[in-house]
Design a protein around this ligand. Structure first.
Ligand code: SF4
Ligand code: SF4
Length: 269
C-alpha cells in the first residue's frame, strides 16, 4: 500500500483516470461505519466553508471559530483551514451515530473518499491530473459494493459545484505572485483569509465600507452578492487577484481612487 504522503502517492500509487474502474461500497452495514470520520485531516476550501456554514445556519465567523483550525503554509504563510476534530474523542464534530449530519453539504474531501486527486508540479507536471485510491486498513469498503468508474463516482457524489468553485480558488493559490521574494504582509494575508473564508464578514466589507464607491461593480452583481454566497465568493477571488497581484479583474471608478484604496481595505469586524 503506497504511503499517503505526496511523495508516496506520486511514486507508487497506481494512477487512475476518469474511466478507471474500482469496486467500493460504504454504508451503515459496515463494521467500520463512521470510523473514517475520526482523527482525519480535512482541508476545507472556501466553498466547503460556504456550504457548511449555510447548512448549519451559522455566520461564517462563528462557523470558523467553532469548527475549524487555521494554520499557515510553511513556505508562504498562506492561511489554510482544517475541520477541527473533537479534542477528546478525535471525532469530527459533525458525525452522529447515524452518519454525517451535514451529508448533503459535506466537504469535497469527504465526497471524494476513497479517491484522492493529484496535480503534479515540476518535472512530473506534463503527466497532468490523476486520481488514486486512498486505501486505509480501517476501511472495509474496498472491493465491496458495486463497480464505479472515477467519472461515475464524481457524478454520484455531486462534486460538480465543488469542482467548479474550486478552480478559480486553485488558480489564485497557484498564482506566480506568491513566488515573489518579499513575503506577503500580515495585513494582506488577513485580507486573503477574510475574503475567502469569512464570507459574511467580506460581504460587510463590500457593502459597509467605501468599496462600492471605489470600484465599478455592475448593479446586477451588487444585487447578486447581497444574497448569493457563490457570487460573493467569485467577487472575493477577483478582488484578491486585483489587490494582491494587480490583475485587472476589478476597475476603479477613477484612477485617483487608487489613493483611497487603503481606507477601503479597513474591513469591518
Ligand atoms: S471506513 Fe470506508 S466503508 Fe467504512 S464508513 Fe468509512 S468510507 Fe465507508
Ligand atoms: S464532514 Fe461529515 S463526512 Fe466529513 S468527516 Fe465530518 S462527519 Fe465525516
Amino acid at each position: 500500500m503506497p504511503e499517503l504522503t505526496a511523495e508516496g502517492i506520486l511514486e507508487s500509487s497506481p494512477r487512475m483516470d476518469l474511466e478507471t474502474r474500482f469496486m467500493f461500497g460504504c454504508g451503515p452495514d459496515k463494521a467500520c461505519f463512521n470510523s473514517c470520520c475520526r482523527d482525519v485531516s480535512i482541508l476545507l476550501s472556501p466553498y466547503d466553508v460556504l456550504r457548511l456554514k449555510n447548512a448549519l445556519h451559522m455566520d461564517s465567523s462563528e462557523f470558523l471559530e467553532k469548527y475549524t483550525l487555521t494554520m499557515r503554509s510553511k513556505d508562504k504563510q498562506i492561511p489554510v483551514v482544517l475541520l477541527r476534530m473533537d479534542e477528546q474523542t478525535r471525532k469530527c464534530p459533525l458525525v452522529r451515530e447515524s452518519g454525517c449530519s451535514v451529508y448533503a453539504h459535506r466537504p469535497w474531501a469527504c465526497r471524494m473518499y476513497p479517491l484522492g486527486m493529484a496535480e503534479p508540479k515540476g518535472p512530473d507536471a506534463a503527466a497532468g491530473r490523476f486520481y488514486f485510491l486512498v486505501e486505509e486498513q480501517l476501511c472495509k469498503g474496498h472491493g465491496a459494493g458495486c463497480e464505479h468508474s472515477v467519472r461515475e463516482w464524481i457524478e454520484s457524489q455531486k462534486l460538480d459545484p465543488f469542482n467548479r468553485m474550486q478552480t478559480p480558488f486553485l488558480e489564485l493559490m497557484s498564482h506566480p505572485g506568491w513566488e515573489a521574494p518579499d513575503p506577503m504582509s500580515q495585513e494582506k494575508l488577513a485580507m486573503y483569509f477574510m475574503s475567502l473564508y469569512d464570507l459574511d464578514r467580506f460581504r460587510r466589507f463590500v457593502t459597509e465600507t467605501r468599496f462600492l464607491e471605489l470600484f465599478e461593480v455592475d448593479e446586477e452583481r451588487i444585487e447578486a452578492i447581497a444574497t448569493d454566497d457563490e457570487d460573493l465568493l467569485e467577487l472575493a477571488i477577483d478582488w484578491l487577484a486585483y489587490s494582491l497581484f494587480h490583475e485587472k479583474r476589478m476597475k476603479l471608478r477613477t484612477p485617483a481612487d487608487g489613493a483611497a484604496m487603503s481606507s477601503a481595505s479597513q474591513s469591518p469586524g
